[in-house]
Design a protein around this ligand. Sequence first.
Ligand code: BDR
Ligand code: CA
Length: 303
Amino acid sequence: ALPIILDTDPGIDDAVALAAALFSPQLDLRLVTTVAGNVSLEKTTRNALQLLHFWQSEVPVAQGAATPLLRPLRDAASVHGESGLDGYDFIAHQRQVLTTPAFQAMRDLLMTSPEPVTLVAIGPLTNIALLLTHYPECAFNIRQLVLMGGSAGRGNFTPSAEFNMAIDPDAAACVFRSGLDIVMCGLDVTHKAVLTPEFICTLPALNASGRMLHALFSHYRGGSMSTGLRMHDLCAIAYLVTPELFTLQHCFVAVETQGEYTAGATVVDLDHRLGKPANARVAMDINVEGFREWVAQMVKDCP
Ligand code: BDR
Ligand code: CA
């Protein structure tokens, strides 16, 4: 199975991505790292531990950055609730985080892993930028970075920026300049990766995970489920497990950091107008029916 590190800010769609990372037989989740984003770092870390406890997983958790590199945190509590995982009462547990911070725990794993490790980043890219800046020697053992973030079109947090990019544009710019093999799953596909209310209603009958996810979904975006729910972060895991569902375009991507109104915008040069070498493969389309079938099976495979 493919060894992965999941960098996350749970977050309701992060919770689904974590389920898929844990229970997809094609993947071997080695480390979870937390970052401030949807809610504060304290809450995203608590949420990650609660989710792993719920799934009785021993995967280690390392706590990452509490703020973006150069800017104050702005959160998405309006989407995910004050806790970040509103809607479900998780039971108490004794699990602790590692004593090393996230970027160091990533380094330790990367430097000792006999096989290359895939990074999956589904929050602001702060921890990944810290890793690449402090420990550039790790890059040799990073197989690929698959990230949820950005958009070739419009944004969802500002008119031109997607949330994960908007929160830490400086980190994102650093990551896209890094030379890593990057797959970007942005709004171009995640806005299509919608679960219908009819499907969501079938979840409680499946298993305990289905009941928990259904409870979270009932609070996602203030409970407005009628038009379906976008599974942004799950797309990054779906890409790793079922890449054939995605259409990618290899091109140059830069992240705007200076714009008065556009900080965090991903400039995706689909038509090669800038004459710069491609640095990312950008997911531009997804087979939605295939995605839904995969999600249904994935939740069935959960406990
Ligand atoms: C991204 O923003 C967060 O709210 C989600 O968890 C996802 O990572 C979507 O723009
Ligand atoms: Ca997220």
